[in-house]
Ligand binder design. Structure first.
Ligand SMILES: [Zn+2]
Length: 432
């Protein structure tokens, strides 16, 4: 291995062989997973029969099967239940997605996203006939598969939320009002003396809290010399725990979160010394002319919430898109600042395959270096996080960009991956 991270010809040849083996295994595993799902669905059908009376005997039969499956797989009944439910919905309602798994085109994780987010569509909606319901489901499935073949499961989830919302009858505001009643805070015990504190919150609040915690953590580390301070807020009041600082951002974030709730002292309830009021949390909301508003990184939110959030914003960018959802322009377009706004609206996050680091924390990279004649234009700039920036410049990955904002990544062994601008999905039409 050379110090630059470039491979020798010999290394590339060997890695290529191993990768081919890995790809072959993955394909076989996906095929087996598809077979297992089919068997699970058949087992369930066999145990429960066809009559859908929902009686006590049926419930007992289901529990018996679930326990049988859990013991057979050495898994919890919770895991067994999830498998059965995924299998049932996939086989009954999403046969094309199941076939795509069988063919190795998507993974089980992709299928799970399609099933989870599409589940509300499997419940018959009052105004719909059976045929109408099946039509909506088939359209959701068709659109999802297009994305699933190219995106990671993590990137697929917000897309699935958007598409399912577009096909759902109940208004998003109604569903949000119902979901809001389920907000709560809970503690899940974990190993080694740890526990997860989970707050189930309105999405805009959760994203704002995370952003605030990350900013405060960054400040805390900068003040203690762990990281170089950045941005206009750098250098404000000191944060707790300055003395011992070899903390990672994750550790510092957890400390800041605890301090915000419990106070920074050793005694619970002591007042926090964090400069919370001097840091503003940032969230990005997109409100299309037609269709659902969206919290970037999460997916669609109801319009009342979007408007409430928007009222607190200092400025808005108007983004114009073409029929397919490609970003054409951002209002008051000027090079530099305006170009950056355009690209932030187009990219939303790092443009490396599967990466979701928000554009705000990325660099604008010249796809073709300026010194090699690359233009400072929107067709030659794309957001890359620090890690992927390093990979692009110091390894044999080849990156190019088309006029439509599609970024092509070619690996050292010659494997090709297209990364399409995520913003195109926001303006897809719900009714074909
Ligand atoms: Zn990245």
């Amino acid at each position: 291995m050379t110090s630059s991270g470039r491979f020798t010809r010999q290394q590339i040849a060997e890695i290529d062989v191993f990768l081919s083996a890995i790809e072959r295994c993955e394909k076989q595993m996906r095929q087996l997973e598809a077979e297992q799902l089919a068997a699970l669905a058949r087992a369930m059908q066999c145990a429960l029969g066809d009559d859908d009376d929902g009686g006590e005997a049926r419930e007992l039969a289901y529990r018996s099967l679930r326990l049988e499956l859990a013991t057979a797989l050495q898994e919890s009944e919770h895991t067994a239940e999830r498998l059965l439910s995924t299998a049932y919905i996939a086989i009954e309602h999403l046969s094309a997605a199941h076939q795509a798994l069988q063919a190795g085109e998507i993974s089980l994780s992709h299928l799970r996203v399609i099933v989870d987010e599409g589940a509300p569509l499997t419940v018959r909606q009052s105004a719909d006939s059976d045929a109408e319901q099946a039509r909506k489901m088939a359209q959701y499935e068709r659109e999802m598969l297009e994305f699933a073949r190219e995106e990671t499961p993590n990137r697929l989830r917000p897309i699935a939320r958007r598409l399912a919302a577009a096909h759902s009858e109940q208004s998003m505001a109604e569903r949000h009002a119902e979901a809001l009643k389920r907000r709560c805070v809970r503690v899940i015990p974990a190993d080694e003396g740890m526990a997860d504190l989970v707050a189930h919150l309105p999405a805009e609040d959760a994203y704002a809290i995370r952003d605030l915690v990350q900013q405060l953590a960054k400040q805390a580390l900068a003040l203690s010399g762990n990281e170089v301070a950045e941005g206009p807020n750098a250098g404000v009041a000191p944060v707790t725990h300055v003395a011992r600082d070899s903390r990672t951002r994750g550790e510092a974030g957890a400390d800041v979160f605890r301090d915000l709730l419990l106070g920074s002292g050793t005694e619970v309830g002591e007042a926090a010394s964090l400069p919370a009021s001097r840091v503003r949390a940032h969230i990005q909301v997109v409100i299309p002319e037609h269709g659902a508003a969206e919290l970037v990184g999460y997916g669609p939110i109801d319009s009342a919430t979007a408007v409430r959030v928007a009222q607190g914003a200092a400025a808005w960018d108007r983004v114009t898109v073409d029929e397919a959802g490609g970003v054409i322009s951002v209002d008051r377009y000027r090079p530099s600042a305006e170009m950056a706004r355009f690209l932030a609206a187009r990219d939303l996050h790092c443009r490396a395959p599967g990466c979701r680091v928000p554009a705000k924390r990325c660099d604008l990279d010249h796809t073709v270096d300026a010194v090699r004649g690359g233009a400072t234009s929107t067709v030659n700039l794309a957001h890359l996080c620090r890690g992927h920036h390093m990979i692009k410049h110091h390894t044999d990955w080849q990156v190019s960009q088309g006029s439509d904002g599609v970024v092509t990544w070619v690996s050292p062994t010659g494997r090709r991956h297209l990364d399409r601008p995520p913003s195109r999905v926001r303006f897809r039409r719900a009714d074909e």
